[in-house]
Design a protein around this ligand. Sequence first.
Ligand code: ADP
Ligand code: MG
Length: 611
Amino acid sequence: MANVKVAVRVRPLNARESADGGKLAVQVDDKLVRIRNVKLDGRSEGAVDSREKLLEFCFDYCYWSVESADPHYASQEEVFQDLGVSVLAGASEGYNVCLFAYGQTGSGKTYTMMGTPESIGLTPRICQGLFCPEDSFSDGQNSSRVEISFLEIYNERVRDLLRGEQKKRTSLRVREHPEKGPYVEDLSQHMVTDCKQAIDLLEEGIANRMTAATHNHDTSSRSHAIFTIQYTQAILENNLPSETVSKINLVDLAGSERADPQYCRDRLTEGSNINKSLVTLGIVISALAQNSQMSSSCQSINSVASEGDSSTLGSHSSSLSGGAGGGRRLCFIPYRDSVLTWLLKDSLGGNSKTIMIATVSPSANSYNETLSTLRYAAHARNIVNKPRVNEDPNVRLIRELREEIDRLKSMLLSFELQRNPSPSLSDERDGNLSEMVLQNELKVEQLTKDWSESWRDKKELLERYSVDINRDRAGFLINSLQPHLVSLDRDVLSTGIVFYHLREGITRIGPHEQCEEPHIVVQGSSRCEIENHGGVVTLRPLPGCVCLLNDREVTEPCRLAQGTVITLGGAHKFRFNHPAEAAVLRERRRVSEGGSTCSYVDFCSVTPDDE
Ligand code: ADP
Ligand code: MG
């Protein structure tokens, strides 16, 4: 059990707020945030309730980032040292972790989560932390795997921010797995092996989000972005394996003023679907907070958050709990009412360690929005989650068997120590126990061996060939970064798909009987050599074998172009792929699209080798 941790960060005044007089309404004092209603300043004590003048909230962390000259100023690094480090610690222990930023538009959510090139934010810092050298498990026995996905929710539609251009606009479905919970069907997952690759993906996704914003000027403030890192660790210590998978959700939410109760109610009656996700998030947080308070009778209720809470959060929760007097029943949590809450189901009240960072403006002009954010944050702090270490079931079995062995061994030992007067009976019992220990030990040994081999094989394969396997609609997609051949087998009974990587240097293709052992074995008289020289790939036909490139016979060395089909001896066909060249050609096609008539054939033409 763990409560959602809540941090509040106060950003600097912006130019407009400074020009308006720069009056501050917010103060931070250690873990307390005070907000003053400056409009009531002139009123006498008797005329207004003093609690309305100055409200106080307590949080887990409070960051004053208003002026860099201030001795209490909290920089991006300081925020990372608390929140980012705790995200990384949770993930390395095998927990799911969620960090989400909440606040009105322009309050600093994106600044905190993503940052700027001069002042990088939590997400890229967390990526760096995952790959920092002292923590990386690269010593053969221990290793880790990092996969990334990035999505955006806009108007209740989910878009993959890391898809190829043509698929960018398709919206994806959210589904629920009975054990793993809600997930986005067909969301692309990208394996990364260093920090730069992770940050490149983050930037690619942000750029896609930006493009969308130019098409619909209001998108940025109404879309939620979820950057997910799946972090799998395999550790073999004293021959005892451990394999954990943790999901890190880093969420940059849309501006909260869209969820303003009054605003939303009006718009909803107009039939317009105004950020349903954010409104539902409010209801879910409130209902969860209420449930948590109900189930822990000894927990004292945050007086400020509950007293005089006239926002809809309060009214939603009372309606959810069945109206006046029905407060004893646990509220139904309407996760499935919006895409955001459905996807964050585990992060809110479930299997996750969750941190919320509420961002606010210090300006007196934003009093209402800031107060609403602080109340939201205070509610969120009451949510109790149930995080657990996500362990591989086989590994759990190995550990349990080991524990059983230890238990049996200690039983054996205690019998030996207190040998009773009937030696034959105890010998028999000892024999049975010893046999059980032996059997269990054999089982553990085999399971550990199987586990180590399968983990190592998979990882080696993916790394050695730098391939990346992603799910794609009904199938899966294998992406490779190196030039390669895909075998196009004519045998109707052949079912596998074979990739041949063309590594730097010469790859020989031919039958076994050839004097030099071929790298790619084919039957009959088909043979040739392919040389990869710094990414320039050249095919050399060899005497005695008819070699066709895109159905044209070649007798001289030829440079291979992306998509070329190679036919050797009339029997063996391969398609040549050059991922780096293809990326350049795709970009060229994208630029020329709409006017020019660049065809597939133009891209795949065979160029005789000049050298
Ligand atoms: P949001 O994502 O909440 O809409 P942004 O993160 O885009 O808001 O912030 C709005 C503006 O305020 C940006 O120009 C950003 O650089 C600036 N800003 C926000 N928080 C801070 C901060 N803590 N320090 C300096 N500038 C900030
Ligand atoms: Mg933003």
